[in-house]
Design a protein around this ligand. Structure first.
Ligand code: FAD
Ligand code: SF4
Ligand code: SF4
Length: 402
């Protein structure tokens, strides 16, 4: 329920920001009509906090009308080096991972898988989203959606949710997804499970699994009393299904009236942490990673030479990062980046659960460790019990053809 109190001073600021033309002025007071979706946009701009939205207790809601699994389609904002992207923005890889996971969930529920796309211009995105599993695409095209913005994007998503009532919404646990999903959750007054590493259906509910207590146990979370059930999912955890060429998705065009005054944050400049012009660790095909066993920053540099010869990128355990061998954005694991390269080489890494969770999806893992009982060997396809300081120079020599 939405109410305007006596505090209203008749400033009209809430009128243009409403995406659904649900506000008008009557006797110098704002009045909301039945088109209101409780998106909350007007509440944000009211200078005297005259507007209040009262939401039902989660347990009191009728959940039967909520159907369908939604995937938020994140588009790239920048190129690898951090500059604003020229040309059409691309669908980020995590979206394909979510569609693959979402397809499985939707099939099990017997419901539709829907992609939610917010963009200033559609560049035939449906041609990619359909083959990867989407049955339907809710598309909002508007000039104000030219780049991600928390206020604008959350307002649109909330309004779509109120209109179509999905049962599940999945977001990538990317910088954007980690910003957007909590905002949507708090506006809708529903829960959110962050950083999931596995999803399933249990008794018709979304079973959300994520590491807890420092990664030592997995917590299974259910949200029986609220809809939509929302989760962010770590990139590089879910395997991407083979696209079904020729499979198409129904495009449902949605309208939104977005006023510029909703945008409280303006992006002045972008800069990305990391080596400009090089492949970033999350998208690398080959990662040469080192841990505390590399012993020093100088010895760690040998891994850079090796990775250069293999055409890969250097990764590091948290211990190696803490010791200053490599910068934080190279860290693989629970509190670093989750990776899934074709080849992951681990030198002097013990294989703590917090490291494994970030690299176990790699196609081939090769581990070198002095300790034959190191847990890293449990996930490695090839294991070498030996001294990394002898093996790394030999590999470099071999690759140089000496
Ligand atoms: P160690 O565990 O000290 O292992 C060093 C290994 O090197 C040993 O197995 C040893 O046998 C081997 N070795 C020594 N000398 C040689 C040699 N000459 N040749 C070959 N092998 C040698 N860790 C991460 O990596 N990523 C994370 O994101 C992460 N997040 C965390 C989040 C939380 C909340 C917590 C509590 C911990 C996290 N950790 C993370 C830390 C994690 O628990 C481990 O402490 C860390 O991964 C250990 O790094 P390591 O394997 O390099 O060091
Ligand atoms: Fe306010 Fe949103 Fe309702 Fe419009 S739809 S009146 S902006 S809560
Ligand atoms: Fe009234 Fe607030 Fe709307 Fe201004 S923004 S008209 S004070 S409800």
């Amino acid at each position: 329920m939405i109410e305007v109190s006596k505090k209203c001073i008749g400033c009209s600021k809430c009128v243009p920001v409403c995406p659904f033309a649900a506000v008008s002025m009557s006797d110098k007071k704002a009045v909301m009509n039945e088109a209101c979706t409780l998106c909350g946009a007007c509440v944000q701009v009211c200078p005297v906090q005259a507007i209040t939205i009262t939401r039902e207790e989660a347990s009191a809601r009728d959940l039967t009308g909520y159907k369908g699994v939604w995937v938020y389609v994140e588009l790239s904002e920048t190129d690898g080096g951090g500059a604003a992207k020229a040309g059409p923005r691309k669908i980020r890889k995590v979206v394909l991972e979510l569609l693959s996971a979402g397809r499985r969930l939707a099939d099990e529920l017997g419901e539709d898988l829907c992609a939610v796309l917010l963009t200033d211009k559609n560049h035939s995105y449906e041609k990619e989203l359909g083959p990867y599993g989407a049955d339907k695409i809710y598309m909002v095209e508007h000039d104000e959606l030219f780049e991600y913005n928390t206020d604008i994007f959350s307002t649109v998503i909330v309004s779509l949710v109120n209109r179509h009532k999905p049962s599940v919404i999945l977001y990538g646990a990317s910088i954007q997804g980690r910003d957007l999903a909590p905002r949507v959750a708090s506006t809708l007054y529903v829960g959110l499970t962050a950083d999931c590493t596995a999803l399933a259906i249990k008794d018709g509910l979304l079973l959300q699994s994520r590491p807890a207590f420092g990664g030592n146990i997995m917590a299974d979370i259910l949200s029986p009393n609220s809809r939509p059930q929302m989760a962010t999912v770590r990139p590089n955890v879910m395997k991407i299904n083979e696209p079904v060429h020729g499979r198409s998705a129904l495009v449902v065009r949605e309208t939104a009236k977005l006023d510029r005054s909703l945008r409280r944050v303006k992006v002045l400049e972008r800069s990305m942490a990391g080596d400009t012009g090089t492949v970033r660790i999350e998208s690398a095909d080959i990662i040469v990673s080192g841990g505390r066993g590399m012993k020093s920053k100088e010895r760690f540099k040998q891994l850079e030479e090796l990775s250069g010869l293999l055409g890969g990128v250097v990764g590091a355990s948290r211990a190696a990062v803490d010791l200053g061998f490599k910068e934080k954005h190279h860290q693989v694991g629970q509190s670093g980046t989750t990776v899934s390269p074709k080849l992951y080489l681990a030198f002097g890494i013990s294989g703590a659960v917090q490291h494994i969770v970030g690299m176990k999806a790699s196609d081939v893992i090769v581990a070198v460790n002095k300790d034959p009982n190191a847990p890293i060997f449990n996930v490695a396809r090839y294991g070498i019990v030996g001294d990394a300081h002898e093996i790394v120079p030999k590999l470099i020599e071999a690759l140089k053809g000496k």
